[in-house]
Design a protein around this ligand. Structure first.
Ligand code: GMT
Length: 375
């Protein structure tokens, strides 16, 4: 099929999922067209089956806010016509589903019918879409989608609770590409990051409030009192500066490395022992899944879709949001006994394997087919 994918091209989970999905679809022989304002970060190679179309929004002084939706829907119409695209898949409802619907309407005027699949990722429902300023438009564009998918059962339930949704919501979990990890890393350079007697704890996120970055630091501070260890913080975002300050105040800066955004998180995760994800809310927790496939155990909050990924007492532990002491205790328990840690790491990797793209891709292909047939 010829598929247009709309997503955020940034380091966020929704963009990563959309990009990896597009790459996998292209490998299966579909022709994939990414339409977004920058080339997605994980999209390296463009080829016959993978195209990228940049949405330009000219800066005009009259506008206080530049009309991105308008530019996006216009670009969609042109691209769909030019390449004979058969299906539109938008990731993250705001504003993509809205712009997608407008494109659909415009194309209909020319006798072109294009089915639209909307994938809900989390904050488009729980934080942003929920806002009264956006809610009507988000409800409208979800209901106008031909097929709606959500990345976890929890997000599906939240969507049904928050919005007046008439559409069926299909749960299609996020995924990893298992074959990338089966060989392991021959150049996994643990010694660059920590001494031999130290354990390595990692956190990866966009450093927004919802990630509860101070909890990450406070859990680590408690762990450090019991277990020699290093904390690796990967990502950029508004909470990063405060996190650096907190490390200074606690006197633990020498043990915490802030690496910024990385395109090579697997090279960091391959030598990590534990991953911390104490988020306020998380529709899925793709970062945890990526850690798990790299054989990393998880200490996380028991919120949103995380329990669908991190199995309490098997792949790691779940604690209530903000329960820093409990998280630290669980982390110390795992890090203090290599045999136990290894068992959890193994189970984490096995559990993550169930989310292999080979199992998930056919679910997307099914909904594509259904949407296409409903024309
Ligand atoms: O984690 C973020 O804040 C970024 C956000 C995004 O839209 O990229 O992530 C959301 O989508 C990811 C991919 O489906 C999920 O794994 C994350 O759990 C979800 N984030 C939240 O719900 C906070």
């Amino acid at each position: 099929m010829k598929i247009a994918i709309v997503c955020y091209p940034t380091f966020g989970g929704s963009g990563v999922v959309a990009t990896e999905l597009g790459i996998a679809l292209a490998e299966r022989g579909h022709e994939v067209h990414f339409v977004t304002y920058r080339q997605p970060v994980r999209l390296e190679l463009l080829n016959n089956n993978i195209h990228f179309h940049e949405v330009h929004v000219p800066d005009y002084p009259l506008f206080r806010y530049q009309p991105y939706e308008l530019a996006l829907s216009s670009k969609l119409v042109d691209t769909i016509k030019l390449y004979g695209i058969e299906l539109l898949h938008v990731h993250y409802a705001i504003p993509h589903a809205y712009a997608g619907y407008m494109a659909k309407k415009m194309l209909k005027e020319d006798g072109i019918y294009i089915p639209m699949i909307t994938t809900l990722h989390g904050t488009d429902i729980t934080l942003v879409g929920n806002h009264p300023f956006y809610k009507s438009a988000v409800t409208f564009s979800i209901n106008k989608s031909d097929v709606v998918t959500s990345v976890s059962e929890d997000l599906k339930q939240k969507t049904l609770n928050i919005f007046d949704v008439e559409q069926e919501i299909n749960v299609i979990p996020n995924f990893i590409d298992r074959k990338k990890y089966s060989a392991g890393y021959t150049d996994c350079q643990r010694t660059l990051m920590a001494n031999e007697d130290e354990k390595i704890i990692t956190h990866i996120s966009n450093f927004r409030k919802v990630k509860r970055i101070p909890d990450v630091i406070n859990v680590f501070n408690k762990v450090l009192k019991e277990v020699p260890s290093k904390l690796i913080m990967v990502g950029e975002g508004p909470e990063k500066e405060n996190a650096e300050k907190l490390c200074e105040e606690l006197g633990i800066s020498d043990n915490v490395l802030f690496l910024g955004n990385s395109n090579e998180i697997d090279r960091i995760l391959c030598f990590s022992d534990l991953f911390l994800l104490p988020s306020e809310t998380e529709s899925f927790g793709l970062a945890a899944l990526e850690a798990m496939i790299n054989k990393v155990a998880i200490i996380s909050s028991n919120t949103g879709g995380i329990p669908e990924v991190n199995k309490h007492g098997e792949t790691g532990f779940l604690s209530d949001v903000g329960a820093v002491d409990d998280m630290a205790q669980n982390a110390v328990y795992l890090l203090s006994d290599d045999k136990i840690l290894e068992k959890f790491k193994d189970k984490a990797q096995k559990t993550a394997s169930e989310f292999d793209i080979l199992n998930i891709l056919p679910l997307y292909e099914d909904v594509y087919e259904r949407a296409y047939k409903s024309r």
